[in-house]
Design a protein around this ligand. Structure first.
Ligand SMILES: [Zn+2]
Length: 167
């Protein structure tokens, strides 16, 4: 049969969530206070059908990887390491955060997720998790995938989507 359409698989599950604290910086000299969200991830994988099994990708595997990626940042304070307005430093078991040079927070190291992003917006979290998922897929030698899309929702009906085409 000549197939003319494209396939993609989508996973969004009740356990693909992370409840985390964060704050973002805005333009100028404004910085949010610390607060939390029940974030939810939604993953889409685009690709060719594997014509041995007639699916694009195994749902069980996507769910396992995504659960692990969500667990890594669940119940943590999400801190942006690449934000020029924030100074995040580790002193033993303590992470200290300053905003434009003024000390603001100190957290136990084990309660923090130090993330290589410029701001913990849902856009940057979507890109980060898509990149981490992509790395996992590459590591396991996944074939036939043409794009990874990650949607991160921070409130009902309020989300950002990042999509990256795979070479
Ligand atoms: Zn927020």
């Amino acid at each position: 049969m000549q197939r003319r359409g494209d396939f993609r698989v989508v996973v969004t599950k009740d356990h693909l969530v992370f409840s985390s604290a964060h704050f973002i910086t805005f333009a100028g000299h404004r910085c949010e206070g610390l607060h939390g969200h029940n974030y939810r991830a939604r993953v889409t994988l685009e690709g060719q059908l594997d014509e041995e099994v007639w699916f694009v990708f195994d749902f069980v595997t996507i769910k396992q990887i995504m659960k692990r990626l969500c667990d890594e940042i669940d119940h943590k304070v999400l801190l942006a390491l690449d934000n020029p307005k924030l100074q995040v430093t580790e002193e033993g078991d303590t992470v200290r955060v300053a905003y434009e040079g003024t000390p603001r927070y100190a957290f136990p190291r084990s309660d923090c997720a130090l993330l290589p992003v410029p701001n913990t917006t849902v856009e940057m979290l979507a890109e980060l998790l898509a990149t981490r998922l992509r790395n996992e897929l590459e590591k396991m030698g996944a074939r036939g995938l043409t794009a990874v899309e990650m949607e991160i929702e921070e409130n009902f009906g309020q989300s950002a989507v990042y999509r990256v085409a795979l070479p």
